[in-house]
Design a protein around this ligand. Structure first.
Ligand code: IPE
Ligand code: IPE
Ligand code: MG
Length: 249
């Protein structure tokens, strides 16, 4: 386990992939895989809070996942409503603040309302922030930010010449939140699948073959160890970064 808190990521993002394959391997229907995924999610949320992670962003449903068979989509939406109903009180008791990113308008009304209520209820919590990405796409996010910038410019609230990275960032879904330090993808694929595109410019990427329903605190600790061993250079040389570390130590 990584003991030095300075070596831990402040913000972890996870692409929770592999539920369908887990179900097939176990002779179950795909939705049973998603249910098993909820158990893994609970463990990971608890472990992250326990390890002192500040922000955890989970990719639960992408803009492109609407293209799945209707019964899987409906099953997933019902599952999200059920999970919210069952888990919000315990998250609240544990000091977790819940936020949601994604295209709210696309979600069924019941889920949209449940998410809004959970956000309101947990707004004052400070132990850990849990961000759920639902009906979310990295390109959708950049487009909605660009649209809102355009509106602000047309209303005269923003000068187009002052739109720089920091200005655009304020309009991104994770605007007020520091970029993820570590991105984990389970399920063996080594791609981003339209998750956070803007925000992961300098994020460390960790891929594991473990299917999401089987991912547990030992796997999380392996990812944290991987992260602790990285040297983050942000375009500088290794020597520059090493000197800075010595001075700030
Ligand atoms: C990830 O698991 C969960 C969602 C995308 C909702 P998958 O359902 O993509 O699982 P695989 O990739 O088919 O195994
Ligand atoms: C990414 O997984 C989306 C989520 C985990 C929510 P997918 O299973 O949809 O990704 P692809 O289709 O394999 O790229
Ligand atoms: Mg998948």
């Amino acid at each position: 386990m990584v003991e030095d808190k300075r070596q831990l990521p402040r913000h972890i993002a996870i692409i929770m992939d592999g539920n369908g394959r887990w179900a097939r391997q176990n002779g179950r229907r795909r939705i049973a895989g998603h249910r098993a995924g909820v158990t893994a999610t609970r463990t990971v949320v608890e472990t992250c809070a326990d390890r002192g992670i500040d922000i955890l962003t989970l990719f639960a449903f992408s803009s492109e996942n609407w293209k799945r068979p209707p019964d899987e989509v409906t099953g997933l939406m019902s599952l999200f409503v059920e999970v919210l109903r069952n888990e919000v009180d315990s998250l609240h008791e544990n000091g977790v603040r819940l936020n949601f990113i994604g295209d709210r308008d696309q979600l069924p009304r019941g889920l949209r309302l449940g998410l809004g209520e959970a956000e309101q209820k947990t707004i004052g919590n400070e132990r850990m922030q849990l961000v759920l990405a639902l009906a979310y796409g990295g390109r959708w996010d950049i487009v909605q930010a660009a649209q809102r910038v355009a509106v602000a410019v047309s209303k005269g609230e923003l000068d187009a010449n002052t739109v720089d990275e920091a200005a655009l960032n304020k309009y991104m879904s994770l605007g007020g939140i520091p970029d993820p330090d570590l991105l984990i993808r389970t399920g063996g694929e080594r791609r981003i699948s339209n998750f956070l595109l803007w925000d992961i410019a300098y994020t460390e990427l960790y891929f594991t073959d473990t299917l999401w329903p089987e991912f547990d605190s030992t796997d999380l600790d392996a990812a944290l160890k991987f992260f602790a061993d990285r040297e983050r250079r942000y375009g500088k040389t290794g020597e520059q970064v090493a000197v800075r570390t010595e001075f700030s130590a």
